[in-house]
Design a protein around this ligand. Structure first.
Ligand SMILES: C[S@@+](CC[C@H](N)C(=O)[O-])C[C@H]1O[C@@H](n2cnc3c(N)ncnc32)[C@H](O)[C@@H]1O
Length: 312
């Protein structure tokens, strides 16, 4: 079967049985040419095809307006299992068939979404948080695109942002944290060499947000202690951020593992390491200091006249 996508390009469709072949082909194509849709659409625009929507961290109120509209029109919603709050599904997907993606491989998911789309159904792929963070979205999109089904991202609130809101702090904070690392610990996916948590903590002015690491808090903290990091470095573990059963555990590198084990959490929490956890010790930013008074006397184009301050 030959398909023409909305860039006008043609591709040979597989029968859906071999998503790996489709992913390889799309990857090759990506290396060779830019997708023109990058320049034609912005995030949040209405676009044709299957949207890969970020559900946000859990609280249905943290879904975007675009996400809510798309779910309201959906006939089929394929969702990412337990990290998508069932309250959100009940509230916003009342008329859709719901399919939980957990336990389904690409060989099953791709034909399911493709066939529904080709039958004229509105299909939404719903990921927890933001699909671009540990979402494995691109491989599904590539497999669908290769079959002539257009796809696009609709961003969501990643759990690190819900966690910082719960903690009433910023992930970047003037004179405390200049950088944020979204990371995960070594395990089945990452080798020990690919685990950079110790390096991020070593930098001192990084807020390290660890996804997929609830079960490994003890191992992670032990490694940090072995690497001679200050045991009093603040750590927060936010279980189910923004859910009704949200739980916040505050400690430091030396104490957090005992506290998490006592609480019994093995999954569904975000681990935040760094001084920004406490929100203490920051300095007033330039933005609302000297720079605030400079704009009127300089160029009217504030983008041209002002350096990129720690805006917002
Ligand atoms: C497969 S990743 C998906 C991340 C998701 N795409 C995001 O942007 O938040 C799953 C991990 O995200 C984190 N996570 C997702 N939702 C969470 C929440 N509401 N509270 C705390 N951590 C959460 C946990 O670390 C969990 O192990």
């Amino acid at each position: 079967m030959t398909n023409t996508d909305d860039t006008g390009e043609t591709s040979i469709a597989t029968d859906g049985d071999d998503p790996q072949q489709a992913i390889d082909a799309q990857g090759e194509r990506r290396r060779e040419e830019l997708d023109e849709r990058i320049f034609e659409h912005s995030a949040g625009d209405e676009q044709e095809g299957i949207p890969f929507v970020g559900a946000g961290p859990g609280n249905p109120r943290l879904l975007t307006v675009a996400g809510k509209e798309l779910l309201g029109e959906a006939d089929l919603v394929v969702h990412a299992g337990s990290l998508v709050n069932s309250e959100l599904l009940e509230e916003y997907c009342a008329h859709a068939e719901l399919v939980n993606s957990v336990g389904k491989d690409l060989e099953e998911l791709i034909p399911l979404m493709r066939d529904a789309y080709e039958n004229g159904e509105n299909v939404v792929r719903l990921h927890s948080g933001d699909p671009a963070i540990y979402g494995a979205a691109l491989e599904q999109m590539d497999a669908l695109e290769h079959e002539g089904v257009p796809t696009h991202f609709v961003p969501g609130v990643t759990s690190a942002f819900a966690a910082s809101a719960t903690l009433r702090t910023q992930l970047t904070l003037n004179e405390v944290s200049n950088h944020v690392a979204f990371t995960r610990p070594q395990g089945k996916t990452l080798t020990a060499d690919e685990d950079h948590i110790s390096e991020f903590v070593e930098m001192g002015d990084v807020t390290t947000c660890i996804y997929l690491g609830t079960h490994a808090v003890r191992d992670t903290m032990d490694r940090l202690l072995e690497a001679d990091h200050d045991p009093e470095t603040p750590v927060a573990v936010i279980y189910h951020a923004s859910w009704p059963d949200e739980d916040v555990i505050i400690g430091d590198i030396g104490t957090i593992a005992d506290k998490v084990e006592e609480a019994g959490y093995r999954a569904s929490a975000l681990v935040v390491i760094g001084d920004a956890v406490t929100g203490a010790g920051y300095e007033r930013s330039f933005l609302y200091g000297d720079w605030a008074n400079r704009g009127s006397s300089e160029s009217a184009d504030e983008n041209a006249s002002k350096p990129e301050a720690s805006d917002d």
